[in-house]
Design a protein around this ligand. Structure first.
Ligand code: ARG
Length: 589
């Protein structure tokens, strides 16, 4: 279906043309004065300059053409030249009715791109912490949104599995278990299949090693050497590294599962390694690489820069792989595997400089195809109520696992507070609702902004929260279930939606009619928060309608069926939207 706003715009374009004004002035927007009208056109103001006429005269000309059109209940010209639009109830109802009869609510997929999304970005052997939460939550939602729009999307977790942390772990393991075969130079046998550590041991080893390396330069140097040895392919370390990777990935998958976040690809920085020679080749051939203070760098500053963009370091004197190098090499791999139209990176906005450098080198050296757009979608910090980066009560880094349990427990207590429910069921529901609280709490903010993690607010069943949206969905489900159990005629869900009988019913229809515009907008701007704002609005107008309307006791059968079809559409749209955000709704709560 066409977007409702485009249908209105077309009418206005026609009217502008008929009055001999250019149709480009016929821009229609959603009203910013909902107390006065539903849509508005301010084009007469802009046209006034060109035609040297008072805007109100132009507005009046347009209104004259449109006032009898059945699309409108009223079209009014008001000083100094605004046109206020109120749609006819018939038109709105028939639009929404058509939506309700389409599997996709009239939404037309426009996406035809091949896209790689790089999100999650956890570092192997370091516990997943809240810093990685945002990347996972935002990336998962964008993946779903872009896919829903029809694009071919591949999500890649891009593990940090090739840096110094690997050398640190190897060094610490050697300290603790020097007898392991991996540390015996003369060993020639097969390497064990079993990892010499568990995930909990691994998670204790890394911070310990990292702490030591900060205090002891000699230890740090050993870790550095171990990293280099690994990167050069020293077999015993590669074998050990594989164990670290496997144990870690298994644990990561468990955590991401709990978040309902998934990846099509589990590649990491290490996979880029084989493309580094090719990268260096290209950079050399294009004469982009030069030496600077012992390192090989590419200049990326541009004349129009307003702040300094330092050269991108590609290789240090010891040959160790660098963050930028591995991102560039990964682009070679992605080009070969997907030839993407777009690569989108979801990472902390403090990494913006890194990505600016990487993107510039990639474009300069034709590491990516001309058509390939490189997009950095940087997100802000999740802060505590004190406005500082979120920490545990004792000031440590909060593990994601614990954060999730905290939120689920808070929801569980809420559920048990005022209801009697089996513990088992309450626990299940708390998982679902808890996830909505966490994800909605994050996604409802514009990604680039910092936000405050406020557990009490996030789990509230009222206000702009995930649980409130779910509560609305569950409320609709229960009305429909009740209708179904009372009524002999089960066809209401697909019955016609007839013109609204009240203001709140029309308001609900208008909101639903805007679905397609909202999705298109979220796709264009990579903005899940637009979907959050939309479903919050839909929930509010639904609840107002519910408050004003006796749905099940309506005596006029046709009206009652129309109500049911309307709230069923409301529910389906809400469910579709939360699916795009990355969570679902329970049957009851
Ligand atoms: N592992 C990185 C970190 O923890 C994030 C990776 C982001 N993606 C990328 N292609 N650089 O900071």
């Amino acid at each position: 279906m066409k977007e409702i706003i485009n249908l209105i715009t077309e009418k206005f374009e026609e009217a502008f043309k008929q009055c001999d004004y250019e149709e480009r002035f016929a821009k229609v927007t959603v009203s910013n004065r909902p107390d006065l009208c539903e849509y508005q056109c301010n084009g007469a103001m802009a046209a006034a300059k060109q035609y040297k006429k008072a805007p109100i005269m132009i507005a009046t000309d347009i209104v004259e053409k449109l006032k009898d059109d059945t699309m409108f209940e009223s079209v009014n010209a008001v000083n100094p030249g605004f046109i206020n639009i109120i749609l006819s109830k018939d038109f709105v109802a028939s639009y929404v009715d058509e939506m309700s009869k389409d599997d996709n609510f009239g939404y037309e997929k426009k996406g035809d791109k091949t896209i790689v999304i790089d999100y999650g970005g956890p570092n192997v052997a370091k516990p997943l912490h809240v810093g990685h939460l945002r990347s996972a939550v935002i990336g998962e939602s964008l993946k779903r949104i872009l896919r829903y729009a029809g694009n071919k999307v591949t999500g890649d977790v891009h593990l940090g599995d090739w840096g110094l942390q690997m050398g640190l772990i190897i060094t610490e393991l050697k300290e603790r278990n020097p007898e392991l075969v991996y540390f015996d130079d003369s060993y020639t046998g097969e390497y064990p299949e079993e990892a010499p550590f568990t995930i909990s041991e691994l998670e204790e080893i890394y911070p310990c090693a990292s702490g030591k390396s900060k205090e002891d330069p000699e230890y740090k140097d050993r870790a550095h050497q171990a990293t280099l040895k690994l990167q050069k392919g020293y077999k015993p370390y590669v074998e050990l590294w594989k164990h670290i990777l496997n144990v870690s990935v298994e644990d990561l998958k468990k955590n991401y599962d709990r978040l309902d976040v998934s990846f099509d690809l589990w590649k990491g920085e290490s996979d880029a390694d084989e493309y580094v020679p090719e990268l260096l080749d290209v950079l050399k051939k294009k004469n982009l690489l030069h030496e600077s203070q012992g390192a090989m760098v590419v200049d990326v500053a541009e004349e129009t820069d307003t702040k300094e963009i330092p050269p991108c370091i590609i290789q240090k004197s010891d040959g160790a792989a660098l963050y930028a190098t591995s991102d560039l090499a990964t682009l070679i791999q992605r080009r070969r595997d997907f030839n993407p139209d777009e690569v989108i990176y979801i990472a902390d906005k403090r990494q913006e400089m890194h990505f600016t450098q990487v993107f510039r080198v990639a474009k300069k050296a034709d590491v990516v195809a001309d058509k390939t757009e490189l997009v950095f979608n940087g997100f802000g910090t999740m802060n505590g109520k004190d406005g500082k980066p979120f920490k545990t009560r004792d000031g440590g880094v909060m593990r994601l696992e614990h954060l999730i349990s905290d939120i689920v427990n808070a929801v569980y207590n809420k559920i048990m507070e005022n209801r009697s429910m089996e513990e088992h069921e309450a626990k299940n529901i708390a998982q679902i609702v808890g996830l909505s609280a966490l994800k909605y709490g994050d996604l409802s903010n514009q990604a680039a902004k910092d936000y405050v993690f406020d557990l009490d607010r996030f789990v509230s069943f009222e206000g702009n929260t995930g649980p409130y949206i779910l509560y609305t969905i569950v409320r609709i489900k229960s009305i429909i279930a009740k209708y179904m159990s009372e009524s002999a005629d089960k066809s209401a869900l697909s019955e016609d939606i007839i013109p609204a009988g009240s203001d709140s019913e029309k308001e609900l229809m208008l909101k639903l009619a805007g679905y397609q515009s909202v999705i298109n907008n979220a796709v264009e701007e990579l903005a899940p928060h637009k979907i959050c704002a939309y479903i919050y609005d839909v929930s509010n107008v639904f609840n107002k309608f519910y408050h004003d309307t006796r749905i099940l006791s309506e005596s006029v059968e046709q009206k009652k069926k129309s109500y049911i079809a309307l709230i069923n559409l409301t529910m389906k749209i809400l469910e579709q939207c939360i699916g795009l955000l990355g969570f679902g709704a329970p049957e009851r709560m």
